[in-house]
Design a protein around this ligand. Structure first.
Ligand SMILES: Cc1ncc(COP(=O)(O)O)c(C=O)c1O
Length: 336
C-alpha cells in the first residue's frame, strides 16, 4: 500500500540514521539510554538551552504530559482543555483519558480562527489550550502574530502550540526570549514528519524550564528508547536530507493542488505535507477505488467543515505522480 493517510515521511529516514542504527549491538540494548546528546542536538537545532527542551516518546506523549500537568489543578471540578474543531484528535483523546473534558470552538470556512472566539470559550475550569500551526487537517497556516496575540490574551492559561508540521511551513514560535517573556507558552515538535523517524517515536516539548518542570515529572526518565536517542542527533545533523524532503513535499503539494483545481475540486492552501481535498459525494467510491490501486488516503468527512473531504499526504514526488492519475480516474468514475 502507498500510505498517504497519516502524513508520514514517504521516503523514510536519512540513510545516515540507518547506518548508525546498524552499528548498535547487544550491549546497547542492555543499557538505559543516554539522553544528553539527543537533547543537546534538539536544543542546538532550535537555538535554546537544553533545559528548555523535554524529549518525549513522539509528540503524542508531549500532548499527554501537557494535559497531565495542566490537570493537576482540579479546583474547578472536571478540568477542561480548549481548542478548535476540527483538530488533531489526540488533544481530545488525552483530555478524556485523563478525566477531563475538551471544549472546542468552530473555525470559519477557510479554517481560520479568531482569538476572541477562543477567549470567550474560556471557563474557570480551562486548564490548557491546544492549537496546531500549520493546522491539521487543513494544512492552513496560522499567522504567528495571531498566536502571539492568543498567548497574551489567555495568559496565565498555557497555550500549547503544536508545530508538528512546522518543518514544512518554516514558521515557528520557538525562541528563548519568547519563552522567557511568556512562561505560559509551550511548543510541541515531532521528528516523525520531515525527519522520517515516526517508527522510532521522537518528539519534543519546548518552553521555559519552570513551565516544563511539571511535564518532566510525568514523562518517565527513559521514555525514548536507546535506538531513538542514537538516531535523533544523526537525523538532525543530516540537514540536506531533511531539506530535500521538505522540497519534495512542497512540489507534491503544488502538483496535487494543480491537479485538483483542474478537476474542479476545492482545496485549501496547505503549508504542511498534506492536502485537504473536497472530493464531493462520491467520496466513499473514490476512497475505495484508490484503495483498490494500493493508495490509502484519509477520510475526514465526519469532521466539522470537512464535509466530503479526504486528506492526502504530499510526500515523494514520484508517489504523487502516481496518485494524480489514480485520483483523476476515481473522481471521473464517481461522477458518472
Ligand atoms: C498535529 C499533530 N500533532 C502531533 C502529532 C503526533 O506526532 P508524533 O508522531 O511525534 O507522536 C501528529 C501526527 O500525525 C499531528 O498531526
Amino acid at each position: 500500500m502507498m500510505r498517504l493517510h497519516l502524513n508520514e515521511n514517504t521516503a523514510g529516514c536519512s540513510p545516515a540514521v540507518i547506518d548508525a542504527l546498524r552499528q548498535l549491538g547487544r550491549a546497547d540494548a542492555g543499557v538505559y539510554p543516554d539522553y544528553d546528546a539527543a537533547r543537546q542536538a534538539v536544543a542546538d537545532l532550535f537555538g535554546v538551552p537544553a533545559d528548555y527542551v523535554l524529549l518525549t516518546n513522539g509528540l503524542d506523549e508531549g500532548i499527554l504530559a501537557a494535559c497531565g500537568a495542566a490537570f493537576r489543578d482540579r479546583s474547578s471540578g472536571v478540568p477542561e482543555t480548549l481548542g478548535v474543531a476540527p483538530a488533531f484528535d489526540m488533544y481530545e483523546g488525552c483530555t478524556t483519558a485523563l478525566g477531563g473534558r475538551m471544549v472546542t470552538v468552530p473555525l470559519d470556512r477557510d479554517f481560520a480562527y479568531q482569538t476572541d472566539r477562543l477567549r470567550a470559550a474560556i471557563t474557570p475550569a480551562t486548564r490548557i489550550v491546544f492549537l496546531a500551526n500549520p493546522h491539521n487537517p487543513s494544512g492552513v497556516r496560522v499567522p504567528l502574530e495571531t498566536l502571539k496575540q492568543t498567548v497574551r490574551a489567555i495568559a496565565p492559561i498555557p497555550l500549547f502550540v503544536d508545530e508538528a508540521y512546522a518543518d514544512f511551513s518554516g514558521d515557528t514560535l520557538i525562541d528563548r526570549a519568547a519563552f522567557d517573556a511568556w512562561p505560559s507558552l509551550l511548543v510541541g515538535r515531532t521528528f516523525s514528519k520531515a525527519y522520517g523517524i515516526a517508527g522510532l517515536r521522537v518528539g519534543a516539548v519546548l518552553g521555559s524550564p519552570a513551565t516544563l518542570e511539571p511535564l518532566r515529572r510525568i514523562v518517565p526518565p527513559y521514555s525514548l528508547n536507546g535506538w531513538a536517542t542514537v538516531a535523533l542527533p544523526i537525523a538532525i545533523a543530516d540537514r540536506s536530507y531533511r531539506d530535500w524532503y521538505v522540497g519534495q513535499a512542497e512540489t507534491s503539494r503544488a502538483l496535487l493542488t494543480t491537479a485538483c483545481t483542474r478537476l474542479g475540486l476545492k482545496t485549501w492552501p496547505s503549508a504542511a505535507n498534506f492536502l485537504l481535498v473536497r472530493v464531493g459525494p462520491g467520496l466513499p467510491r473514490i476512497v475505495g477505488m484508490l484503495a483498490e490501486k494500493g493508495i490509502r488516503v484519509r477520510d475526514r468527512s465526519t469532521e466539522p467543515g470537512c464535509e466530503y473531504c479526504i486528506r492526502i499526504t504530499a510526500g515523494l514526488v514520484e508517489d504523487t505522480q502516481r496518485v494524480i492519475p489514480a485520483l483523476e480516474e476515481a473522481v471521473c468514475d464517481a461522477r458518472k
